[in-house]
Design a protein around this ligand. Structure first.
Ligand SMILES: CC(=O)N[C@H]1[C@@H](OP(=O)(O)O)O[C@H](CO)[C@@H](O)[C@@H]1O
Ligand SMILES: [Mg+2]
Length: 542
């Protein structure tokens, strides 16, 4: 790096001192900490984004979000050149940058890394970083349509999923700009208040040379939703469910809860996950949750049906066997996995965190991934999209439109509707809605696809959660020795028992998950295993 560059980095870094005595780590979803600790990290992630832009010769995104925990608990993360998560290969560098104790250390680290990665800092690439931020835009929609009892139930539920609000007074958006522009010539483009998936979508679109504004995002959602409606079986969009392309985009823009034909959908604060639920009449406070596993199952069922039309004999020509895969984590309810296997689908498991699921899903022509908590999307390979395009072009040349051709149109519309960069609650809910229309299903019918096994999740505070090391998609503990054997022994006592423990990637706890044939049994199993974790790793263990 030349002298001008080094001076610029040293002087701007000196304005953002890292917090003392805190070790930051680029976890499952970026850096996450109390807002008061994040200023220097946000600045340094700006540098990271600019370097990533130089390395990949593409536009990079930087997103600041609230989380599902307390108000001051915030995150900063990168949207990589593909629109996906930051390359895992760069995470250790991200950690080192965030934790560098002084501007001099920071400069040294950058120099070393730039050399190791062969990044041309003084080259001719115009660095551009898109900045996005979530804020307190969320207001419950249609809440007033519910009666008092239903409102109370929903409020309790939302305590769990409630988006937390970004702290305005910190003016974070200026800080990542400082980070980005401490690389000479780099430009930070403030895209304003967005959902996380919108920023990822924009980065992907920009790097593919496509139109990439927020308006373009909504237009794509709207037009592909309308296209899906046009190829609904028998109806050609004549049914009125109250949902239309443009309208729904307005309705759900930063919407937290929308009530769609007696069904409710809940989005988290940065709108990268969604779950549905109903409040059954006279349910005395109970809600029926339709979670990410059921969304995945609905998508898988629909796509599988379309593929079977696509592969019908008359349409076999020019069509290779399509490789459809689904990806879950160990938190997926066992009943959902059984259901997917009954559909003869290939079910794959990865560790928790969308970066793992997403990566696995890219291995298929169509890869569907979801976490039970509603993070997920459907990925289409480029080559499969090309074959669909070729197929649908034949239709515009005057063909009558066989089921196979309509299936190709539907799948192509799905690939445009559902966000190809990351899980996106807005596009996810539109896809759910149009599939329910296609099937002619109510939420109850959908919810009946299978019945969840009773489950229980607990958190255990331990002295050092990193002492828990797992394998096999986090289902087996390899360290501390003896813990897995003790868990096995306990689990064997319960019919349909399944239990695993793992260190959280986002909180300082060990999580315990248990399933069994009754709720009581699942809770007892979870409690017993939590005690085991405490015995092996608690503050009093030695
Ligand atoms: C059990 C669970 O829901 N874990 C969540 C949570 O991760 P943990 O590593 O479990 O803290 O936050 C992640 C990021 O939002 C999300 O991807 C994941 O599904
Ligand atoms: Mg989120």
């Amino acid at each position: 790096m030349n002298e001008e560059q080094q001076c610029l980095l040293l002087s701007s870094a000196s304005r953002f001192s890292p917090p003392k005595g805190v070790k930051l780590s680029y976890g499952t979803a970026g850096f996450r900490a109390d807002a008061s600790l994040l200023q220097s990290t946000v600045y340094r992630v700006g540098i990271l984004a600019a370097l990533r832009s130089l390395k990949t010769r593409s536009v990079i995104g930087l997103m600041i979000t609230a989380s599902h925990n307390k108000v001051s608990d915030n995150r900063v993360k990168i949207a990589d050149s593909s629109g996906g998560m930051l390359s895992r290969h760069w995470e250790p560098f991200a950690d080192a940058l965030a934790n560098a104790p002084s501007p001099q250390h920071l400069l040294l680290l950058i120099n070393e890394f730039v050399e190791k990665e062969g990044i041309l800092v003084d080259g001719d690439w115009q660095v551009e970083v898109l900045l996005g931020e979530t804020r307190d835009q969320v207001e419950m929609l249609c809440f007033k349509q519910l009666n008092r009892h239903e409102q109370a139930t929903m409020s309790r539920y939302l305590e769990y999923l409630r988006p937390q609000l970004w702290l305005h007074e910190l003016h974070f958006s200026a800080i990542p700009c400082n980070g980005v522009t401490s690389i000479v010539g780099a430009v930070a483009t403030d895209m304003g208040i967005l959902t996380t998936p919108q920023l990822h979508w924009m980065v992907r679109a920009r790097n593919k040379g496509m139109k990439a504004s927020e308006q373009d995002y909504f237009e794509q959602l709207s037009s592909s939703f309308s296209l899906m409606e046009k190829v609904l079986p028998n109806s050609f969009g004549s049914k009125d469910t109250g949902i239309r392309g443009e309208g729904v985009c307005d309705m759900c823009k930063f919407g937290e809860v929308g009530v769609l034909v007696c069904r409710c959908v809940s989005l988290d604060g940065d709108a990268d996950r969604l779950v549905y639920f109903t409040v059954p009449p006279e349910s005395s406070g109970r809600i029926d949750l339709v979670d990410g596993d059921k969304i995945l199952s609905l998508f898988a069922l629909f796509i599988r049906e379309q593929l079977s039309f696509l592969n019908e004999k008359e349409d076999m020509k020019n069509c290779h066997q399509v490789n459809l895969g689904v990806v879950q984590t160990a938190y997926a309810n066992g009943a959902s996995t059984n259901y997917l296997k009954l559909l003869r689908l290939e079910v794959n498991f990865t560790p928790t965190g969308v970066k793992y699921l997403h990566e696995k899903a890219t291995e298929f022509d169509i890869g569907i991934y979801f976490e039970a908590n509603g993070h997920g999307t459907v990925l289409f390979s480029e080559s499969f999209i090309e074959s669909l395009e070729a197929r649908t072009n034949e239709i515009s040349l005057g063909s009558k439109g066989s089921e196979g051709e309509k299936a190709a149109l539907r799948l192509l519309a799905v690939s445009k509707l559902i966000n190809q960069a990351v899980g996106d609650a807005l596009s996810g809910l539109l896809l759910v809605e149009v599939i329910l229309q296609h099937m002619g299903w109510s939420i109850n019918k959908w919810n009946e696809l299978y019945h969840d096994l009773p489950s229980k999740q607990l958190k255990v505070k331990v002295a050092d959660r990193t002492a828990v090391v797992t394998t096999n998609a986090e289902t087996v503990v390899v360290s501390p020795p003896g813990l897995q054997e003790a868990i096995n022994e306990e689990t064997a006592k319960y019919p349909q028992g399944r239990c695993f423990v793992r260190p959280s990637g986002t909180e300082d706890v060990v999580r315990v998950y248990a399933e069994a044939s009754t709720q009581e049994a699942a809770e007892t199993l979870a409690n017993c295993v939590a005690k085991l974790v405490d015995q092996f790793l608690g503050f009093n263990s030695s």
